[in-house]
Design a protein around this ligand. Structure first.
Ligand SMILES: [Zn+2]
Length: 374
């Protein structure tokens, strides 16, 4: 994997760039839709192909439990299994172990947990999650880290930072000795909750190892928006400019914009697809609820400015009808449009940075998406 910066905004830390992987080039800033279990929920593979994302994300924890490593190996990895041949990034499973599993016991060499599906006992170590990601065939892999909840006291946050750094060192060693770094890159994850000194220390200790990229983890987990923004800006100021910076689990247009302004290159989130399934639509004029009475007899498309096939083909009134009667197609169409929107939105931001017009793009989108939680 290689990364190069193409354009820097003169007034902020926003930039565009390219991550070149053996499966294709990823233009940054990039939004990655989430294929949790090897599929983007509600979409057929043909739709995903057509949406033309540069990179998607899948979850190690879920794929490890089902279908399991042996099936993935037999299929030749996730790309072949789901017949998707562009770059795939996988998380390490750490976030799901800490947030989903019924039991989770942190030990010096890894974390023991019970499957949220059948209660069976499993163990993830820094090395074993890389072996799973090798079986998946991820183009970018993530290290195992210790995620923390919000709020958390500082002593606990410090322990998680120490563990995260130790595990990152073990991961880097194992990766350097056993992987082809050109085919499977490995990113480290900065933890430290909402404590600036811990964030700085974690970043500095991780930077002692030459990881090809760095992620910001442990944010967007329930902390107030102002605090999220303060910690985001602070953490980013400690990450190197010559490597990709990835904000994990953030996908609302406004928070994406904010993080781009501070130099983030990569995002993933289930949010645009989850809200689509609940009837909330992103448009170039702001959010739209397909459930609203105003859509009942509105024969205009979801978004006049969108040229996705849903907007070219169906009216708000029809899509509202499908949603109200519980047709599966409502989820498909809403999801398709929201992901198409995310691609257009990221294109708009990238172009604005390259034209030297990021500030006006920021203000335009802030006026449309600046209030509300999403
Ligand atoms: Zn559309």
């Amino acid at each position: 994997m290689q990364f190069r910066v193409i354009a820097n905004d003169s007034a902020t830390a926003a930039r565009t760039g390219e991550i070149v992987t053996s499966r294709g080039t990823v233009r940054t800033p990039v939004f990655m839709p989430v294929g949790t279990r090897g599929s983007i929920r509600a979409l057929a593979g043909r739709d995903v192909e057509e949406l033309n994302f540069d990179m998607i994300l899948s979850n190690t924890y879920h794929l490890y439990l089902r279908p399991g490593v042996e099936v993935l190996k037999k299929a030749g990895g996730l790309h072949s299994f789901m017949n998707y041949h562009r770059p795939i990034l996988t998380d390490s499973g750490g976030f799901q172990v800490f947030s989903l599993s019924d039991l989770c016991r942190v030990k010096p060499d890894g974390v023991e947990f019970r499957s949220h599906i059948d209660g069976s006992l499993h163990f993830f170590s820094p090395e074993s999650v890389l072996d799973v990601q090798r079986a998946i065939g991820s183009d970018i892999m993530m290290v195992l880290d210790q995620c923390t909840e919000y709020p958390i006291d500082k002593a606990e946050a410090r322990k998680a930072v120490d563990r995260t750094v130790e595990w990152a060192k073990a991961s880097h060693r194992y990766w350097s000795d056993n992987f082809d770094p050109d085919r499977q890159a490995l990113f480290a994850i900065v933890q430290g909750s909402v404590f600036t000194d811990l964030r700085q220390e974690c970043a500095e200790r991780l930077l002692e190892l030459p990881f090809p990229g760095y992620a910001v983890g442990g944010l967007s987990v329930g902390e107030p928006k102002d605090l999220y923004r303060e910690i985001t800006g602070f953490t980013l100021s400690h990450l190197p400019a010559d490597r990709p910076r990835y904000m994990m689990g953030v996908g609302s247009p406004m928070e994406i914009l904010f993080a781009i302004r501070h130099g983030i290159d990569m995002f993933d989130s289930v949010m645009p697809t989850r809200i689509a399934r609940n009837g909330t639509i992103f448009t170039s004029a702001g959010r739209l609820s397909i459930k609203s009475a105003a859509c009942e007899s509105d024969l205009s498309p979801l978004d006049e400015a969108c040229d996705c096939y849903v907007c070219r083909t169906y009216s708000r009134a029809y899509l509202r009808h499908l949603f109200r009667v519980g047709e599966i197609s409502a989820l498909i169409y809403n999801t398709y449009h929201n992901l198409y929107f995310m691609n257009s939105f990221m294109n708009d931001i990238r172009q604005s940075i390259e034209r030297g017009a990021f500030d006006s793009a920021y203000r335009k989108w802030e006026a449309l998406y600046g209030n509300g939680d999403i």
